[in-house]
Design a protein around this ligand. Structure first.
Ligand code: 9WN
Length: 420
């Protein structure tokens, strides 16, 4: 029988549905976001599979001709969000978008939706999305491995989906902000500034955005011109996982001609993920491709290794040791950043708070790799957080306080698909 929180979660998804696409939350994020929509589809799939497919289909309406799937789709202008379409100045038709991507979780969920109900009708919908997923994954492979090491490089912290992670501090410190245009933030009119990125971060975000805009968002020039170019273990591992799912999907759908190309991507990403092992931190961390400096601490990305199917036995043992140390210290798992690290801030966005969607991926990987105990700890903590603070955007790992946007779509979706 559905609990009252299930009903609330269901109503949040319905309430944030603007007709075939869903916004993350009203006010703060009034557009369709890339990885948000994918998790939202998982939530819809628990009560309306047709609507779940629709979410993914509308998301791919934003795909560029070069294969890139943007991080925001601006279907209609909303002055409540900054930076909007007039700042990005992209040329996608029939509606503008942002100029870079976000974590490529879509293939994972397309496979889930198809396997939930492998009818001929759902096979047709999966087959229609398949070439679009291939084009997006090919875009990452073509343009985002400039080091040739196999890891995935991002050109903006927003592309990582983990905007103000402490690991971006060093690469962001090299970004020249002297040429930025005057701008006015809108996020801090919706939520408290103390739980958002700082002004200095925003200045740097704007400088990077302007560098992409200056080259017309050309995929090669963007990488050459960006003052920020960092290998991200989370995107590397998510793309690796997504390619494994894409390969399985190709097999179920009988699309044999895609096999060799996807296998090539998988082999490269396995090498790339391995290259991000940080011996000093004993975890997979970021690597600044401009300066060579590696991330100095353990972020939640480190716990995605089982989800991606990477890590040697020793590396996975080190990951479990970090998990147990952090779990003993924090009341709730999994903080976005190590509470023992000086840059940790329990309420400031990606510098410490817990995000339900990251917990979902971590727990799924742990469960699949046979670690039922740690997986259940993450699930039960997520349940306690929502019971305590509702469907917030993110939560303090120390006392469970909710922060950011409320009635948040992906928190509700993950609740329905996994927690409850
Ligand atoms: C910029 C929508 C998005 C998430 C990101 C999260 C936050 C946007 C912002 O909100 O980023 O993309 O303006 O702060 O960091 O992961 O997709 O929920």
């Amino acid at each position: 029988m559905a609990s009252s929180l299930d009903t609330v979660a269901h109503d949040i998804l319905i309430g944030n549905d603007l007709g075939g696409y869903t916004i993350p939350t009203k006010g703060l994020y009034p557009y369709q976001w890339n990885w948000d929509s994918v998790f939202v589809a998982l939530g819809f799939a628990t009560f309306d599979l047709n609507r779940a497919w629709r979410e993914l289909e509308t998301l791919f309406e934003g795909q560029w001709t070069d294969g890139m799937l943007p991080h925001i789709l601006f279907r209609k202008n909303d002055p409540g969000y900054f930076p909007g379409p007039d700042v990005w100045k992209t040329t996608h038709e029939p509606f503008p978008t942002s100029g870079h991507s976000q974590p490529p979780v879509a293939a994972i969920v397309v496979r889930d939706l198809y396997e939930q109900s492998p009818t001929p009708e759902n096979a047709a919908r999966a087959k229609a999305l398949f070439p679009k997923l291939m084009a997006w994954h090919r875009w990452w492979a073509t343009y985002r491995d400039p080091s040739g090491e196999g890891s995935v490089a991002i050109i903006h912290p927003w592309e990582s989906g983990r905007d103000n992670l402490p690991d971006w501090d060093e690469p962001l410190s090299l970004v020249d902000t002297s040429g930025i245009e005057a701008y006015e933030r809108k996020d801090t009119t919706h939520v408290d500034a103390s739980v958002r990125p700082r002004k200095l971060d925003y200045d740097r975000y704007m400088a990077i955005l302007q560098s992409g805009r200056a080259v017309g968002w050309d995929p090669v020039k963007v990488v050459e011109n960006s003052p920020f170019l960092v290998a991200d273990p989370a995107i590397t591992m998510i793309l690796l996982r997504a390619n494994r799912d894409l390969l399985a999907l190709a097999a179920s759908l009988g699309i044999d001609e895609a096999k060799a190309e996807i296998e090539g991507w998988i082999a490269r990403l396995e090498k790339g993920a391995a290259s991000l092992w940080n011996e000093e931190v004993q975890a997979f961390t970021t690597k600044n491709l401009r300066s060579g400096v590696r991330g100095a601490g353990v972020s939640s990305a480190a716990f995605l290794a089982p989800f991606a199917g990477v890590g040697t036995p020793d590396q996975l043992a080190a990951m479990r040791a970090h998990f147990d140390r952090i779990a003993a210290k924090a009341t709730f798992t999994v903080p976005s950043y190590d509470p023992d690290y000086p840059g940790f801030e329990p309420m400031r966005y990606w510098r410490g708070p817990i995000w339900a969607v990251v917990n979902y991926m971590i727990a799924r990987g742990l469960a699949e790799s046979g670690d039922a105990e740690r997986s259940e700890r993450v699930r039960a903590d997520t349940e306690r957080l929502v019971a305590l603070s509702g469907f917030a955007e993110y939560f303090s790992p120390i006392d469970g306080t909710g922060a950011g946007g409320r009635s948040f779509s992906w928190t509700a979706a993950v609740w329905l698909a996994w927690v409850s």
